[in-house]
Design a protein around this ligand. Structure first.
Ligand SMILES: [Zn+2]
Length: 272
């Protein structure tokens, strides 16, 4: 990096970035790779809500799911998303901006815990979630229809901000369209004091999806998933600053926010 460029980077705002676990489920390796996996072993899944905290503004990324989906889909909700965010001193009820990576139940189901927020969404995601592909169980099973109807209501109330491709939300905070897992999936790139970090969300559920170039089992567009892996690598300053969407290893590879939050909340801009 030239001196001039590093001077610009020095002036760019930095964000603290958090992951907080709110749910979990037991699963096996074969469930997490397209086409299965030859090794039949346990591979549990964690569910996170993320937060990007700047000097004067906080952005929450995704909203988790609630008790009804936990029961219906047999996932263990260990704390509500409101409780999860409270561990890092964020009050969901007062959050102004929520970035929605995609509209699957485990990312949008807790939207009503953010009664004053605007929701940032890719154009292509709401088209996908309300369009022709939703008549197919292979494409609709991770969506909960009432969530989608509620998002349409929020559109008409002026509480959805649409993005098309890569857009800067604030200096040092950019969303990028990836697609793949769903047609309109977006990822979040945040500038931190240790470099550019990428919240990949379900562009890579686990580290291993990216590392072995094997998409997760739910994939609308496989070539787009694979292109997404390359995009993620190009946007992160270091591999350690890539954060997969559902990997329990996230809680081991990053630093707990406080000793008593070990296994619950980590600072993603502080790799261990
Ligand atoms: Zn997910």
């Amino acid at each position: 990096m030239t001196n001039e460029r590093s001077a610009i980077a020095d002036q760019m705002p930095t964000y603290r970035v958090y992951a907080v676990k709110y749910a979990e489920r037991d699963a096996r390796r074969g469930e997490h790779f397209l086409g299965g996996d030859p090794h039949d072993a346990p591979m549990s899944m964690d569910y996170y809500v993320w937060a990007v905290v700047g000097a004067d503004r906080t952005w929450v990324v995704d909203t988790g799911f609630d008790e009804s989906d936990a029961t219906r889909r047999r996932r263990r909700l260990v704390r509500s998303v409101t409780e999860a965010l409270a561990t890092i001193d964020i009050a969901a009820a007062t959050v102004t901006d929520v970035i929605i990576t995609h509209l699957h139940y485990d990312h949008i189901g807790g939207h009503d815990q953010f009664p004053t927020a605007r929701f940032h969404l890719q154009d292509r995601e709401i088209s996908f979630a309300t369009g022709r592909h939703m008549v197919e169980p292979a494409n609709n099973h991770s969506f909960t229809p009432s969530h989608i109807a509620e998002m349409v209501m929020l559109v008409h109330r002026g509480r959805v901000v649409f993005h098309d491709g890569a857009e800067q939300l604030a200096p040092g905070l950019v969303v990028h369209h990836v697609g793949g897992h769903t047609a309109g999936l977006q990822i979040v790139r945040a500038h931190t004091d240790v470099g550019w970090l990428v919240l990949a969300s379900d562009a890579s559920h686990y580290y291993e999806n990216m590392l072995s170039a094997r998409p997760f089992s739910v994939a609308f567009d496989v070539p787009a998933v694979l292109a997404g892996f390359d995009l993620i690598r190009s946007l992160a300053d270091r591999p350690e600053l890539i954060v997969p969407g559902h990997d329990p290893l996230v809680l081991e590879r990053f630093t707990p926010v406080r000793p008593d939050l070990d296994g619950i909340a980590v600072r993603l801009d502080r790799p261990r």
